[in-house]
Design a protein around this ligand. Sequence first.
Ligand code: NAP
Length: 406
Amino acid sequence: MGNPSPPQPRSPQRRQSHNRKVPHNAVQSLISTLFHPLDPPKHPPRKPSTMTLPTTTRQWVLTNKPTDLVSLSGPSPTFTQSTASIPSLKPNQVFLKTLYFSNDPAQRGWISKYVKADRMYVPPVSEGEVMRARAISEVLESTAEGFKKGMLVSANAGWKEYMVTDAKECSPVADNLGVKPTQFLGALGFTGLTALYGIRDIVRAGPGDTVVVSGAAGATGSMVVQIAKNMLGCKRVIGIAGSDDKCRWVESLGADICVNYKKPEFKKELIKATEGYVEVYFDNVGGEILDLMLTRMARHGRVAACGAVSNYNTSQPTGLRNWGEIIVMRIEIRGFIIFDFAPKFAEATRELIAAYKEGKIRIGDESETIVETSFEDIPRTWMKLFEGSNTGKLVTKLKYGESSSL
Ligand SMILES: NC(=O)c1ccc[n+]([C@@H]2O[C@H](COP(=O)([O-])OP(=O)(O)OC[C@H]3O[C@@H](n4cnc5c(N)ncnc54)[C@H](OP(=O)(O)O)[C@@H]3O)[C@@H](O)[C@H]2O)c1
């Protein structure tokens, strides 16, 4: 099964101790949201898998921390496939089969050669460890109360097919809302929460504001656009995205206009779209677009520094030439990490669900790009994030061989 090449991953105990540093109250808060049905179940219970439990799993291990673009081949590949044995179940544990992976630009930060552990919000992934990733998995076996066979949970699975983990590390996925489970990796998961927290709490956008959102067709950006326009009632919402098709989709979500940053006339078009300047900028990309946006902010404008994806795959990030604008225009820039919002996760998830039910935010097939992927291609699918292949949330649907009962 798979490529048995070394190096071996660290012991499961070691990996779990790393995982413990991720704020658990955050995850627990989300668990309580998803676990308590808001409505009577609409779907029949999922038919549990009848497969015999495997004793080994394939996994992708971080072998060489990248400085620039991730390398998938050659003498120093970033990741290497290996096989590990699966421990037997102890009390209060679950045996999981991964169905879907969340793909997040943040994963690139966790493996960066240059990142220092004391400057991170979660521990970096070390060389020799399984690549960390959030997933939706099926419970194949359980010794934990409340976790039945066939149930779907969200967990930090890492790039593996199977795993045994403590049930308290897993969030049961609600099956009574009429949305696909994968939406709990995107619009109703950390991505949607990031959008809500960033635009409402960090930059306090409201009816008097014109808002610009970069990465507007991505998982976070597409939620920011909808929340700003349809939940917060912002005066005008302007998107920035990487193709004309993406821009038209962003406009269909409620943006007044969306500008394609890959077109030569982008700068001219952005200046025209932001005539009179803007109060709020939600920055998902950093780099040149952030630099340009500093020149488009109104006096006392507010910038939410959510991400800087344009600089994640380079050892020479773009510097800011327009720093002086921050001083002269008294611009407020606030960085944030979604885990800071942990105490409000449950409440915020309910708000997003209510907004969905009221038709204020659209959550459906169009809000995710699901890529069916063989185990060998997991890293390749993740890298699509940096090629702009996704509209909405990029989700990996893991393909299994014919022996799988799924
Ligand atoms: N602070 C937090 O707690 C937090 C939480 C979640 C996410 N984030 C950040 O939010 C941002 C969006 O994350 P996401 O999960 O929603 O991913 P996403 O936007 O769904 O996917 C990444 C998108 O980034 C765009 N992109 C890629 N390379 C780019 C480049 N060089 N310049 C400009 N745009 C580029 C692509 O869209 P185009 O086709 O439009 O280029 C791509 O689809 C990331 O920066 C991420 O790190 C922060």
